[in-house]
Design a binder for this molecule. Structure first.
Ligand code: NAP
Ligand code: SF4
Length: 677
């Protein structure tokens, strides 16, 4: 079945010498597979699935044109003929599925985490411990040649073109902005001089690769750092790039060192699309909108309103390789939506681990996590309809097993129902919607409001029982823990019990931080937070009248005074995700939350919470104390160790290990177990 619900999204784009089958770019993502030649088979399988799923133009992860440009030691490089056969595996896979693919050329400049780093000037970045060497004039010429050689080799490898990475604060962006370019020669000073390297790189790529080769340029339209460019400079550069031979302009927002988030889940959907729309009016080539676009409706709206000619989505293709085909065939409710958590993709990349996806553990593991039809269908009971149970039930049913899913509550989703109530985490509702639809399509029998016992499961004669019963909240042993002032996080988030003006949160883990954000959210601001409000709060000037588009943040109006406490002496929030933890911390700081470490909880009484910190006794005269002190596994259904007979029992997710309760592990364990059953 096809649909005309997305006529703009699905319209081909004729570039003269080649045509893209639709307006969807799968944006560049560093998967970790591109850095080792022996992983190119896996990478080809990853791209093949995305091309088969309908992506119009796939952009590879960043590949360096030379050793100096490496992001990490021995990162993916294309600079000699011997590399070409590996890349052919990728281009062949995509072309066989009717897609097109461009190689992203990424020179990290001073963001490289390796000793050969170079930049416009010798200014160290806050995210690498290596100070860059300023490129000499000869070094600049070598760099330009490396780009041109890389593009030529890309053409030999069968790529349809290249994307030149010019945003997010990488080398070309470093030359383009006064923040990092302090040169006094012909490559620094005026914007004409600062744009010389990016423009020359494009000109020489065009000369090397010929006219029938896509050159897309990822242009930083909003640097979001001090010393970034103004709108006039952004536009002047875009026009010069067009004149030098660029066919498509992709847009980039924020340097990696920016203190304004650009992709985490609390960034409103399509927040930056207006900036792309302004650029589109200034140039004669197609412009792609990017960042936090994760569903076809927003993408279609951007194209229909003339904000952009194409839409670039990266992580949504980790979450669902079939994104485009599902949109085209009227199956939007089947899309596994990227919830912008970064937990399995960017957080992995920053830990030098292979990327995957929290909601789709097959991502980047296409040849390893294979879901095959079973030749011996079994009757399987899955107990618990949280992320682990949903994942196990759907994969088992996909394999052809007969699956019954039980949950004691009246709805599926488990802890995700709690998470989605946190401001900025509304996307979690999409995952519940996705799994709900999968259960329906796969014919899983869902039995809600039903608490089953082990005896019932055994008596029912199931072949296998998956125990995904999750967790129970930990109740810390503190004097007065049963005082009426004490609430659990479920009381507040799930049962919506009223909370007073002054609140202490016990436990500064992921849920403690979530609770902080929930409690300081101004009820006058609708959820999800509108983009204009979000920009004002973070200090973003979408008109880029100031360098980098920075404005003075508008102070929030928190409705409560909040203390966030932990016993450890480490910095609160130290265990949160690398790419999102700082956003949560900054949000709480801006809202005046007092974070305290090294706290001993003495007692709770009518006066409030009595604590000892640094040997000093204190009273927090709060109205409520909210407990977010972690969880303990709930796995009562598991038989005693050594018990024999009856179905095979398997525990996964929080039921298996509460200490690291996290949805990424839960969903992966569910899928891996079901793939084996
Ligand atoms: P958590 O991260 O393990 O944090 C539990 C907190 O409770 C810690 O601050 C701990 O600090 C405190 N605590 C533990 N035992 C205690 C006791 N007996 N008395 C008083 N305090 C105690 O657990 P969580 O916050 O429940 O989060 C669970 C998981 O959900 C996380 O690990 C994460 O994977 C996921 N999650 C992540 C996020 C996110 O990254 N944004 C958000 C929500 C959930 P002290 O021991 O120092 O007091
Ligand atoms: Fe999106 Fe999270 Fe998956 Fe990354 S891990 S692709 S952010 S859902």
């Amino acid at each position: 079945m096809t649909t005309n619900a997305y006529p703009n999204l699905l319209a081909p784009l004729d570039l003269g010498f080649t045509t893209l089958r639709n307006r969807v770019i799968m944006g560049s993502m560093h998967t970790g597979l591109e850095d080792r030649f022996y992983n190119y088979g896996k990478l080809a399988a990853f791209y093949r699935e995305r091309a088969r799923g309908g992506a119009g133009l796939i952009v590879t992860g960043g590949i360096s044109p030379n050793r100096q440009g490496w992001l990490l030691p021995f990162g993916g490089t294309l600079n000699f003929l011997g590399d070409v056969p590996n890349h052919r595996k990728l281009t062949r896979a995509v072309h066989e599925e009717g897609g097109k693919i461009v190689l992203q050329i990424l020179h990290a400049g001073r963001y490289g985490y390796q000793p050969f780093v170079v930049s416009a000037s010798g200014i160290k970045s806050p995210i690498s411990r290596f100070t860059p060497k300023p490129l000499t004039e000869a070094g600049i010429e070598d760099t330009i040649r490396a780009y041109a050689r890389c593009a030529k080799l890309a053409k030999m490898a069968g790529y349809d073109g290249v994307e030149v990475m010019g945003s997010e604060g990488y080398l070309l962006n470093q030359f383009l902005c006064a923040r990092t370019n302090k040169r006094t020669d012909a490559w620094g000073g005026s914007i004409e001089n600062r744009m010389r390297l990016p423009v020359e790189v494009v000109r020489r790529i065009r000369a090397a690769a010929g006219p029938d080769f896509i050159i897309m340029y990822r242009h930083s339209v909003l640097d979001l750092v001090e010393g970034g460019n103004t709108w006039d400079e952004v536009v002047a550069t875009a026009r010069a790039l067009e004149a030098a031979g660029v066919n498509l302009l992709n847009t980039g927002y924020g340097w990696h060192e920016a203190r304004i988030p650009t992709i985490v889940t609390s960034v409103p959907r399509a927040a930056f699309a207006d900036v792309a729309a302004r650029l589109r009016k200034e140039v004669g080539i197609p412009v792609a909108a990017s960042n936090r676009i994760n569903m076809p409706a927003e993408a279609e709206q951007l194209l229909a309103s003339g904000s952009a000619d194409l839409v670039s989505m990266a992580r949504p293709f980790l979450a669902d390789p079939e994104f485009v085909n599902k949109a085209a065939s009227g199956r939007v409710d089947e899309i596994n939506t990227c919830i912008a958590c970064n937990q399995a993709c960017l957080d992995h990349t920053f830990q030098n681990k292979r990327a995957s996806c929290l909601v789709n553990p097959r991502a980047c593991h296409e040849t390893e996590l294979v879901v095959r039809k079973t030749v011996k269908p079994k009757r399987i009971a899955v107990v618990g309809a949280g992320p682990a149970g949903l994942s196990a039930a759907t994969v088992a049913a996909e394999r052809g097993h007969q699956v019954t899913l039980f949950d004691g509550l009246d709805r599926i989703g488990g802890q995700f129902n709690v998470a989605m109530r946190v401001p900025g985490k509304e996307e979690f509702a999409e995952t519940i919607r996705y799994f709900g639809r999968r259960l329906e399509l796969l014919g899983v029998q869902v039995r809600l409001n039903e608490r089953v016992t082990r005896e019932q499961l055994v008596a029912a004669g199931y072949d296998e029982v998956v125990v995904a019963t999750g967790i129970v909240m930990r109740k810390p042993r503190i004097e007065g823990i049963d005082h009426p002032k004490v609430l659990s996080y479920l009381d507040v988030l799930r049962d919506r019990k009223p909370v007073g003006q002054k609140v202490a949160i016990i436990g500064a883990g992921g849920i403690g931080f979530d609770m902080g954000e929930f409690l300081v959210h101004d009820p006058a601001v609708p959820l999800p937070v509108p983009a204009a409000h979000w920009m004002a709060e973070w200090g973003v000037d979408p008109h880029v009248a100031t360098p980098g588009g920075l404005a003075a943040p508008v102070p929030p109006q928190p409705p409560r005074q909040v203390w966030l406490l932990q016993r450890k002496t480490t910095r609160p929030g130290a265990g949160l995700g690398k790419t999102s933890g700082w956003v949560h911390r900054a949000t709480l700081v801006r809202n005046g939350v007092t974070m305290m470490a090294g706290v001993q909880y003495d007692r709770i009484d009518d006066a409030g919470l009595h604590i000892t910190v640094g040997g000093e006794q204190r009273l927090l005269d709060v109205d409520h104390v909210v407990i977010c002190a972690g969880q303990e596994s709930l796995a009562e259904l598991m038989p005693a160790e050594g018990a024999t007979g009856g179905p095979g029992f398997h525990k996964i997710g929080g039921a298996a290990l509460a200490a690291e309760l996290d949805a990424k592990r839960a969903i992966r364990e569910g899928a891996e177990l079901a793939a084996r059953l």
